[in-house]
Design a protein around this ligand. Structure first.
Ligand SMILES: [Zn+2]
Length: 264
């Protein structure tokens, strides 16, 4: 079983294979049901999954679980991390008709791919924004959030102004068009702490027991400790608009973006 990472930082070795961290393009997998929760809401644990459980500003996946024997299908309305495992929350209405799949059942777990792919493009766009703002203005990111096709990032960016918006938008679009490769890696904790670029993204918040750090690198632009799913190349994002910026105080500024073409 491969070592896996948590939604934001690694959290030991879970029981199930969590494929989203090693292959963001995996849309479905066959799996065996390891555990079923009925109360307070129906949820299942699988021995392998492609679902992303949410974290680092990226929402959890939605999708379906289909039983191999008879094709019975349950909608997965969300997924979440619980003690290192990924639980799939089933649509309660689907469970009323037929009970959840039993422990030991063989199923196919499949994510809503158009939604996830849009989230991957959005997440990579936000890291590109982050990389540009750091490289050109030396401003650190303090947080972020996204929905499919749009997102925001907060920066310690005293000099941010309305006039800079156009400049930032043009620079981000130039970097996206530069077809930069996006690489996922895992670093031992000490190596991660030796990289100045990682320290700027608040890696110092990493809990002490964690020995490895998952990284996402936009080659030549940005390197961050990150647990999210990303596209493999910036060209897959397309172009972005900066849709607004807000002052959250003298220093803290929020920049909002959206993808120009949500459907590709
Ligand atoms: Zn991220």
């Amino acid at each position: 079983m491969p070592r896996c990472t948590g939604p934001r930082y690694p959290s030991g070795v879970p029981r199930g294979q969590q494929l989203c961290y090693s292959d963001a393009y995996a849309r479905s997998t066959e799996a065996r049901v390891l555990a079923v929760e009925v109360e307070p809401a129906p949820a299942v644990l699988l021995d392998a999954t492609v679902f992303y459980p949410g974290g680092g500003g990226q929402p959890a996946d939605t999708g379906t679980i289909t039983r191999s024997g008879d094709g019975a299908t349950w909608r997965v309305r969300s997924a979440r991390k619980a003690e290192g495992e990924i639980l799939h929350d089933l649509e309660p209405g689907d469970v009323e008709g037929h009970s959840p799949p039993a422990v030991g059942a063989i199923v196919t777990a499949e994510i809503d791919w158009p939604r996830r792919h849009l989230l991957m493009r959005t997440h990579t766009a936000l890291h590109t924004l982050c990389g540009v703002v750091w490289r050109d203005y030396g401003a650190q990111v303090t947080g972020g959030n996204m929905e499919p096709g749009a997102g925001r990032m907060d920066f310690e960016f005293e000099r941010m102004s309305g006039e800079l918006v156009g400049e930032i938008e043009a620079s981000v679009n130039r970097e996206l068009a530069a077809e930069r490769e996006v690489r996922v890696g895992v670093l031992p904790r000490d190596d991660a702490f030796a990289i100045p670029d990682l320290i700027r993204t608040k890696i110092n918040l990493l809990p002490p027991g964690i020995t490895e750090v998952r990284t996402v690198e936009i080659v030549g632009l940005d390197l961050q400790a990150d647990g999210g799913t990303h596209v493999a190349n910036t060209s897959e994002v397309g172009r972005i608009h900066v849709t607004g910026y807000e002052s959250k105080g003298r220093i803290n500024k929020r920049i909002r973006i959206e993808l120009v073409d949500p459907v590709v």
